[in-house]
Design a protein around this ligand. Structure first.
Ligand code: GUN
Length: 288
């Protein structure tokens, strides 16, 4: 039997309409949530991601501004920009699009963002908060995966979650978010010896390796929930995920398509985090 499709586009629309109501409520009290995006260099994919983020902000009623720096910009120039955004009360969220050019130190840049404006959830304080079960901002992609599971009433507690990929953006936070919801979690990489042994024991399999179609049907337990975070461009121009969708959909109980699965959720959760940051800023001002 063919798996049910986890339709990221549909869930993203629903979540955005719920959070638009929260943005509208803030607007009624004179607050427009504001997001600043910093982009350094000429990475073509980053430019597209940033454009999509800005468009999504405008659709939901978030003010946004982009600060573009050339590839040769110095880290100090970017740090100065972040400093002024930290002090700007119209800006509730700050995001530095990754990757940064090689002469930047990622952690130095990210930890210069005020932790209460770190809507990506990448600041070391916020990473520590997540790991200790005191989440401030959930990183957007794994947050989107969790919302997809929740909205489809997929149980997590007691299940074996296997995450293939160990990036700071997806794999690691994904593992901790599943763990926090009571899953038993295994983290693998694309190079794990006998990877199938692990993936075949997954009730929930999340794949974020950047290796086109590396997960095949024989690597998946019948009835598993398969979440594909990958988005790869094939030589013929088509997009595909890290999971071989056509074969795995015959084995899994649920599966995310690429495109139209996790992708639409990522930007949605960024919007949610920005509105949340604005709500918190409003609440903290009210106290005084
Ligand atoms: N590059 C790839 N994904 C992301 C993301 O979620 N946030 C940022 N800031 N950069 C990225």
């Amino acid at each position: 039997m063919s798996a049910q499709i986890l339709d990221g586009k549909k869930i993203a629309e629903l979540v955005r309409s719920e959070w638009k109501a929260r943005a509208d409520k803030l607007a009624q009290s004179g607050i427009k949530p504001g997001l600043a995006v910093i982009i350094v260099g000429n990475n073509a994919a980053s430019a597209i991601y940033v454009r999509n983020k800005i468009k999504a902000c405008s659709d939901i009623g978030i003010y946004s501004e982009v600060h573009s720096f050339p590839e040769h910009a110095t880290q100090d120039e970017v740090l100065d920009c972040i400093q002024s955004l930290n002090e700007n009360s119209h800006i509730h969220g700050i995001l530095v699009q990754l990757p940064l050019p090689a002469h930047f130190e990622n952690n130095c840049v990210i930890t210069s963002i005020a932790s209460e404006k770190d809507v990506d959830g990448f600041h070391l304080y916020n990473v520590g908060a997540l790991v200790t079960g005191n989440t401030v901002f959930s990183p957007c992609t794994p947050y989107g995966v969790m919302v997809m599971l929740e909205r489809n009433h997929i149980p997590i507690e007691g299940q074996h979650g296997v995450v293939v990929g160990r990036s700071n953006i997806v794999g690691k936070p994904m593992a901790f978010m599943l763990l926090e919801q009571g899953a038993t979690v295994t983290i693998c990489t694309s190079k794990t010896a006998d990877l199938s042994q692990f993936t075949r024991s997954a009730d929930i399999l999340v794949v974020a390796t950047g290796k086109p179609r590396m997960i095949t049907a024989k690597m998946v337990k019948p009835g598993a929930v398969v979440v594909d975070v990958g988005i790869n461009r094939l030589p013929d121009g088509r997009l595909c995920g890290d999971v071989d969708f056509e074969s795995v959909k015959e084995v899994a109980s649920y599966i995310t398509p690429v495109p139209g699965g996790v992708g639409p959720m990522t930007i949605t959760m960024l919007l949610c985090n920005t509105i949340l940051a604005a709500e918190r800023a409003q609440a903290s001002v009210k106290q005084f």
